[in-house]
Design a protein around this ligand. Sequence first.
Ligand SMILES: NC(=O)c1ccc[n+]([C@@H]2O[C@H](COP(=O)([O-])OP(=O)(O)OC[C@H]3O[C@@H](n4cnc5c(N)ncnc54)[C@H](OP(=O)(O)O)[C@@H]3O)[C@@H](O)[C@H]2O)c1
Length: 278
Amino acid sequence: MRILVTGAAGLLGGALVAEARARGHEVVGLSRTDLDVTDAPLVRRVVSRHRPDAVVHCAAYTAVDRAESEPDLARAVNRDGARNVATAAAECGAELLYVSTDFVFDGQKRSPYVPNDETGPLSVYGQTKLEGEQAVTEALPGSLVVRTSWLYGGQSGFVPAILRRAAKGEGLRVVGDQRGRPTWAPDGAATMLDLLERGAHGVWHVAGGGECTWLELAREAVRLRGLDVEIEAISSHDFGSPARRPAYSVLDLAATEDLLGRRMGDWKDALARYMSGD
Ligand SMILES: NC(=O)c1ccc[n+]([C@@H]2O[C@H](COP(=O)([O-])OP(=O)(O)OC[C@H]3O[C@@H](n4cnc5c(N)ncnc54)[C@H](OP(=O)(O)O)[C@@H]3O)[C@@H](O)[C@H]2O)c1
C-alpha cells in the first residue's frame, strides 16, 4: 500500500512510519512543516499529489492542559484538521485511519469501555478529538477510527521524565487515582496497521493489555531501572491539572483481539521491552 502519515514527527506518527516501512509499504511521512492540516486547500493539494491508498491521520493538538485555554486552536486542528484530511482522502479514493483517544469517555464506568459506549469528554482536548471522530465519519463514511490511550515511547513524555527525576534522586509525586492502559507507541502503531491492512471500518480500540494507574506505571519503570526511590501517591484533585481527565479509561480490546486473532501484550512486558531499548 502507499500510505501517507500526517503528524509524522510525533510520537505515534514516527512509530507508524517506521512500522509501515518495515512491512514494505510505500510511506510518505509528513510533519507539521510539510503539511499543516488546518490549511484545507494545502491538504487537498498535498494528499492528491501523493495519491495514497490510505491516509493515517496522527497529527493533533495534543497539549491536553493547554487546550483548556486554547479551545479554538485545539478545535481547528483536532476537528477541522481531521475533516480536511478526511475530505482530501475521500476525494482521491483513499482509506482513512483517524487516531482518537480514551479521553472521549467520562471515566464513570468501572468496566472496560467498548467502542460503542456513550462518550462524554471531560476536557477540551477530549471534546475536540470526539468532534474529529464525527467529522471524519461524516466526510468519509467507513473511516477507520482507532482510539488509543496513554501512549509512551521515545525520549520524552511521562516515563522518561519519571526516570530522569528518579535518577537525580528528586522527590516524585504521581497521580494514583486514574486507571488506564499504557500503550508503547510501536506496539500501538503495529496493531493500528494490522487493522488497516485487514480493511477494518468504524471505531476500534487499541492499547496495551492489562491496566494500571500512573503511579503503578511510574513505580514499575523505576523498579525496572533498578532505582530505589519512593514515589508518593497524589490525587488528581491535589495535582490540580487545568484539564479534567477520566478516573477510569480502560479501553475494551476484545473486538480488536477477536478480529486480529491475538491478544494485546501486557503493559509491563511492553514497558520492559521499551526500557531495554528493544
Ligand atoms: N499521547 C497519548 O497518550 C495519546 C493517547 C490517546 C490518543 N492519542 C492520539 O494519538 C495521536 C498521536 O499523538 P502523539 O502522542 O503522537 O502526539 P504528538 O507526539 O504530540 O504528535 C502530534 C503531532 O501533530 C503535529 N501537529 C500539531 N498541529 C498540527 C497541524 N496543525 N498540522 C500538522 N501537524 C500538526 C505536532 O507537531 P508539533 O510538535 O510541531 O506541534 C506533532 O508532531 C493524536 O491523534 C492523539 O490525539 C495520543
